[in-house]
Structures are given as C-alpha cells and as structure tokens.
Design a protein around this ligand. Structure first.
Ligand code: HEC
Length: 138
C-alpha cells in the first residue's frame, strides 16, 4: 500500500474516533485514572457496555422500572420526555445536539442525578466512562 493511502486511512479513522473537546477529554482522562485505580486490569471504556447501562431497566428511585431510555429514548437523536414530569428533553446525541457532552459541570451533575434516578446510586468511574463513550457514538 502506498504511504499516501495509509495516511488517508489513519486520518479517516482518527476522525471517526471519539472527539471530545479538551475539557471533556480531561474529564475522561480523570475517569480513566479512577477506573484504573479500582481495577488494575482496566484499559479503556467500552461503548457496548455503555449501551447495556443505558438501555437496561432497573427499579429506580421512584420505585418504577426505568432505564436511561425512559427519558432519553432508544434513538438518542430524538427529543426525549421526562417520564416523571412530562417535560421535553433535547436530544442527547452530540450529532443531533452539538451542546451535548461539552460541559463537564453539566455532565457530572446529570450523570449523578440520572444514575440515582435509575440505579439508586452514583455510577462508578467505569460506568460513567462506558456510558459517555456510548452517548458520544450515537
Ligand atoms: C427521569 C428522566 C431521566 C432519566 C431516567 C435519565 N435522564 Fe439524563 N437527563 C434528564 C434531564 C431532565 C436532563 C437535563 C436536561 C437537559 O440537559 O436537556 C438530563 C441530562 C443528561 C445528560 C447531560 C448531557 C449534557 O451534556 O448536557 C447526560 C449525560 C445524561 N442525562 C445521561 C443519562 C444517563 C446515562 C441516564 C441513565 C443512567 C439518564 N440520563 C437517565 C432526564 C433523565
């Protein structure tokens, strides 16, 4: 294969990889450090595990069976609806809504709340990273 072709492939694959902004990249690096501390065999987050976390129903904080998709839908590019308040929620997919996953403060705040809503506890660093990779891939 010619060098030009190889460079092209390398460029395309780096573009399709997760492209978090610098603020979010720092946050992901921090989560990776925590995940590694909790489990020395940790290598990287896994979007497919994130999908399971996002779509699995649990008995939530209000005693009802809910998942992340209860409010954010299975198609993250669509407008969601809060199951408890009926308020509309802008799409979670960064492709449909470029503001998403850009501010660490918002991401941390909502992950904490939303994990509590669904799993009645805070997510671990590994779970947060997995779910962020998943959302970012949608
Ligand atoms: C009861 C409804 C509800 C459930 C269930 C829910 N969310 Fe949310 N989520 C919200 C609301 C409301 C917001 C904040 C409003 C907004 O940003 O549009 C939000 C915001 C977020 C954000 C912030 C994104 C950003 O950058 O602005 C993330 C990430 C998120 N949710 C992930 C999750 C995950 C992961 C789960 C499952 C563990 C989940 N949500 C379950 C209602 C919910």
């Amino acid at each position: 294969m010619r060098l030009k072709t190889l460079c092209f492939i390398a460029m395309v694959s780096s573009l399709s990889a997760n492209t978090f902004n610098p603020e979010m990249s720092n946050y992901i690096t921090k989560l990776k450090g925590e995940a590694k501390k909790a489990d020395s065999s940790f290598v990287d987050f896994d979007a497919s595990k994130g999908e399971t976390i996002f779509t699995t129903k649990h008995k939530g904080s209000k005693g009802e069976m809910v998942s992340c998709t209860s409010c954010h839908n299975s198609d993250l590019k669509t407008t969601g609806k809060n199951v408890f308040t009926n308020k509309l929620i802008d799409p979670l997919s960064p492709k449909a809504n470029p503001q998403r996953l850009t501010k660490v403060k918002d991401v941390e705040k909502w992950l904490r709340r939303n994990f509590n809503d669904v799993y009645t506890r805070e997510g671990t660093a590994k779970e947060k990273g997995d779910v962020l990779y998943y959302i970012n891939s949608k």
